[in-house]
Design a protein around this ligand. Structure first.
Ligand SMILES: [Zn+2]
Length: 687
């Protein structure tokens, strides 16, 4: 799945911009220059900054100066504004459902009871770690490798994956069928590099992680000496798993991460694990073929399982404590906050409880909450409006593809065929998943979380052997994000993208509409179908090469140039962007901003060169694109992004692509000597 941005725990959405929208006043002073009141594009700039030196800061710097990052947050900007606004709506939904839950089993009952259990701190304190008693006892009694594997399987079924990652998804080379995937996993920190790098920043985080584990083991009832020994065991085991895991960059080659094996051969990778038995324990006795991305990880993991020095009990106990810490009482919650928020992302204090619990309700019951959100807050014509925009962008894309000067007619024909096959899912799903088997009550938050984990697991494994559900969504309508799924050749744009300033409600500025929704969202997602990974899948979503070899080399050469450009950007002291890890996203940004621009050029506003608040259409378009990336992060959060995310920080998602677009140079008079300036021959053009 290729996202516009990485999903964070607090999924974002907007109505704040709806408020912004309402405050737009469209005053027509003359045909050539329209005056808009409360226009973020003209008023949020920092005009002391030269656009050609740092366009992201020029476009948004005025807003950044007035809006420092709040102590409870790791970032500030458009995503937080949108997030707060959607959180406000979801709060109304949660409160209403908690007060009037209605009949058992209904959407309202599930939302209401979950939210009530989340807000009930008295019951939570009383229950404490008791909710894990049963599981902890099983772990304490583990004696053999068989016991370890049996508990590992069981934790997977609770939505607490240990040792490896397992899922059922579409087979990359036969996208009409579901397949079982076993991939690298099993570590507690966000990426393998946290265990292996030895720079000061990473060592500090690793030390804090070690202390965090000690504190958590102590909270679970162990004395200091035992807690320390346990933390040592976990760190040693996770470091073993990290050392056999692939780097982010190496996970991006779909062919190198595709090994389909009959179960007998798959067993050979792991002499200790009989996968037929393991899958039976995991509820899937019929699996006969497995796809793994990283066979060397499985062999290495098996070696760890055979090592008599390894103590697996603390590792399994840690998996549970880490997964459920937030739900076991104040002390656990604060310890979890300290490490996962203060240390990892820099936020200083917790958000108010209701805000966190609304977010939790959304992240646990997203599609259920989505049904209420769509019923009461999404305009009736949302799908239609998004679809019209998507069709415009697709049409422009096709024209643009035909005119590419570096691609042969043969490959162009195939690319157009693939573009033609793009499915657009707009707004919200046509049918919702059936959640009737999911039991939610008011008595235990941790119990609800476990029920939800196992419901999702059962839903996932029930798909095995059934026809692929191409109508499925894996993002909720209230999520301010979007994705492209290569195995389905589809773009998915949730409804709340509508509420970006500039779309609907009479807002007249097409530049904002095309910069934010057209370029940075739809154009971006469509381009994922043609990035270094997505372009290896065909129109049906199968991993299947459709390129001539000469066009493929030209594409790779252009991509390499883009990766090298990003490698040179320094984010934080010595931390630079990992150009090859972020390549797919950067190709998608570059393609997206160009397609949004081409589509904008078809509007009256552009054709008649109507200025708004003294800004030309081109200036407004690029400012709007930068506005869609108005986000400032704390250093801790930036460092985490570099270490574990394939998306570059916002500043570079603006300055990077724009430094390659000649129309931007003209719009802002960018000249040699300006920091963003590149010679014409050095500008990268892919799509
Ligand atoms: Zn993306």
């Amino acid at each position: 799945m290729h996202l516009k941005k990485k999903l964070s725990s607090g999924h974002v959405i907007l109505l704040g911009s709806l408020i912004l929208l309402c405050s737009f006043t469209f005053l027509k002073s003359s045909f050539e220059n329209i005056i808009l009141k409360a226009d973020p594009l003209s008023t949020q700039r920092d005009t002391l900054i030269k656009p050609g030196n740092d366009f992201w800061n020029y476009a948004n710097g005025g807003w950044f100066r007035k809006n420092p990052i709040p102590p409870s947050e790791s970032s500030n900007g458009i995503y937080l504004t949108v997030g707060d606004s959607i959180n406000h709506i979801l709060h109304i939904i949660c409160d209403d459902c908690a007060a009037n839950p209605g009949a058992k089993g209904t959407v309202k009952q599930k939302i209401g009871d979950f939210y009530a259990s989340a807000m009930d701190t008295i019951s939570r304190e009383k229950e404490g770690i008791k909710s894990l008693d049963k599981e902890l006892k099983v772990i304490e009694n583990m004696k053999s490798t068989r016991d370890i594997l049996s508990e590992c399987a069981h934790l997977h079924t609770l939505g607490c994956p240990t040792l490896f990652t397992f899922y059922i998804s579409r087979d990359d080379k036969m996208s009409s069928k579901y397949a079982a995937f076993v991939q690298q996993g099993g570590i507690g920190l966000p990426d393998r590099d946290y265990y292996l790098n030895n720079d000061a920043r990473t060592v500090k985080i690793r030390t804090a992680y070690f202390e965090h584990m000690i504190n958590m083991f102590k909270l679970s009832g162990d004395d200091d000496a035992k807690a320390r020994t346990e933390a040592n065991s976990v760190l040693a085991l996770e470091t073993d798993l990290a050392s056999i895991s692939r780097k982010m960059e190496d996970l991006r080659d779909p062919y190198k991460n595709y090994n389909k094996l009959p179960i007998e051969k798959f067993n050979n990778l792991t002499p200790t694990i009989n996968w037929k038995e393991m899958f039976t324990l995991m509820g899937l006795p019929k699996v006969d073929t497995v796809i793994t991305g990283q066979p060397e990880f499985l062999s290495g993991m098996d070696k760890s399982l055979r090592d008599p020095d390894n103590n697996w009990k603390p590792y399994f106990k840690w998996q549970l404590l880490d997964r459920f810490a937030e739900f076991m009482g104040k002390e656990f919650e604060l310890e979890d906050f300290h490490f996962n928020h203060t240390v990892m992302t820099g936020s200083k204090i917790q958000r108010p409880r209701w805000k966190r619990m609304v977010d939790l309700t959304e992240s646990m019951l997203g599609e259920i909450v989505g049904q209420e959100y769509v019923a009461h807050y999404v305009p009736a014509d949302a799908k239609e409006r998004l679809t019209t925009m998507g069709k415009n962008i697709l049409a422009v894309y096709a024209e643009h593809l035909k005119s590419l000067d570096w691609m042969s007619d043969d490959t162009k024909k195939k690319a157009l065929h693939k573009l033609d096959g793009v499915t657009m899912k707009m707004g919200y799903p046509d049918k919702w998943r059936d959640h009737s088997a999911l039991i939610i009550n008011r008595t235990s938050l941790a119990g609800n979380i476990m029920n939800i984990g196992s419901w999702h697991y059962q839903y996932m494994i029930a798909r095995y052997g059934k026809p692929v559900d191409r109508a499925e969504w894996v993002m909720t309508p209230e999520t301010y994000n979007a994705y492209y799924e290569p195995t389905n050749n589809e773009i998915v744009i949730p409804a709340c993208n509508l509420i970006v300033p500039g779309f609907g409600m009479g807002q007249p500025d097409d530049a904002t509409l095309y910069g934010v929704v057209g370029g940075s969202t739809m154009g971006h997602e469509i381009t994922h179908g043609f990035d270094d990974e997505g372009s290896q899948y065909d129109e049906k979503g199968n991993l299947n090469n459709w390129w001539t070899s000469s066009d493929s080399s030209k594409f790779n050469e252009r991509s390499r140039k883009l990766a090298e450009q990003f490698n040179k950007y320094t984010v934080l002291d010595s931390m630079h962007i990992r150009g090859y890890a972020c390549l797919g996203e950067n190709i998608a940004d570059l393609g997206g901003v160009i397609m949004g621009y081409e589509a904008f050029k078809k509007t009256d506003q552009w054709k008649k060169q109507i200025k708004i608040n003294g800004l030309t259409p081109d200036q407004r378009y690029f400012l709007a694109y930068a506005y869609s990336w108005m986000q400032q992060k704390r250093n801790e959060s930036l460092a985490k992004q570099i270490m574990s995310d394939v998306h570059a920080p916002a500043q570079f998602r603006v300055n990077g692509p724009l430094s390659n677009i000649t129309a931007f140079y003209t719009a802002f008079n960018v000249k040699p000597g300006d920091k963003m300036y590149r010679e014409v021959k050095d500008r990268v053009k892919i799509w």
